[in-house]
Design a binder for this molecule. Structure first.
Ligand code: SAM
Length: 244
């Protein structure tokens, strides 16, 4: 069923998002691989390649909507001994999976924090970089989350967002539509036992602003030198901005 997000309150929308990720947390990583055919790994690596955490200098990183830790682990692998990452997510079930995956690796360099992207429980001017991967489209007030990103970054800090976008080739669009409306909810039903959550996923992608509009929102939050690039024919986009 359509979640009818236009008709529900912001709190209710967040509540439904939370239900989705609580229900899929344990199978989230497997689902990501199945649904993207492993492509999410390449997209995430691309994001880290743009970030280039220094190996020989302190680097404080914040990964918001960090879920099961995929981005955080990659930042720590690419960075040096003075890199540390805060993984923030609103959903404790997702963070618990992340903590289990981290085990004793990166001890002292990774911290898991429960919190909301719209009101980060973190001090201003603290981080060298802020990432959010496949997270911002779940946040009810994107403009508020962007302002929070700007607040917690140090001057000179980098904002990077990886998110689903709009496929720009008509032939690819047809395949993508068929895949997302028919195949994804079925895989969701079979593997996670949760078809509705994956229908929600597809709907939320459709409702997300175009790359140009999203870039304008990032500028409105205060960021400079805002750019974006699309990957895989527009299936995803990476937006970048700087706090100067
Ligand atoms: N970044 C991870 C990745 O790329 O694999 C996880 C992405 S997952 C699709 C979306 C995550 O956003 C979920 O873990 C969910 O709990 C989190 N989330 C949703 N609303 C949020 C909010 N308002 N603040 C922080 N995290 C939120």
């Amino acid at each position: 069923a359509d979640f009818g997000f236009e008709r529900v309150s912001l709190a209710e929308k967040q509540g439904r998002v939370d239900d989705v990720f609580r229900s899929v947390a344990k199978r989230y990583d497997l689902m990501n691989d199945l649904m993207s055919g492993g492509l999410h790994r390449a997209w995430k690596s691309h994001l880290i390649g743009m970030l280039r955490p220094g190996r020989n200098r302190p680097f404080r990183h914040l990964d918001v909507a960090g879920g099961t830790g995929d981005i955080a682990f990659r930042v720590l692998e690419a960075g040096g001994p003075d890199t540390d990452v805060t993984v923030l997510d609103i959903n404790e079930a997702m963070l618990r999976v992340g903590q289990e995956r981290a085990g004793t690796r990166f001890s002292g360099q990774i911290e898991f924090v429960t919190g909301n992207a719209e009101s980060l429980p973190l001090p201003s001017n603290t981080f060298d970089a802020y990432t959010i991967a496949f997270g911002i489209r779940n946040v009810p007030r994107i403009d508020v989350a962007l302002k929070e990103a700007f607040r917690v970054l140090k001057p000179g800090g980098r904002f990077l967002c990886l998110e689903f976008s709009r496929v720009d080739l008509p032939i690819l669009e047809k395949i993508y539509d068929a895949y997302s409306f028919h195949v994804i909810p079925r895989i969701g039903a079979r593997v996670a036992g949760d078809k509705e959550s994956y229908k929600y996923l597809v709907e939320s992608i459709r409702k997300f602003p175009s790359p140009g509009r999203f870039a304008a929102m990032i500028e409105e939050a205060g960021f400079s030198r805002v750019t974006h690039r699309v990957l895989s024919g527009g299936i995803v986009a990476i937006h970048s901005g700087w706090k100067v």
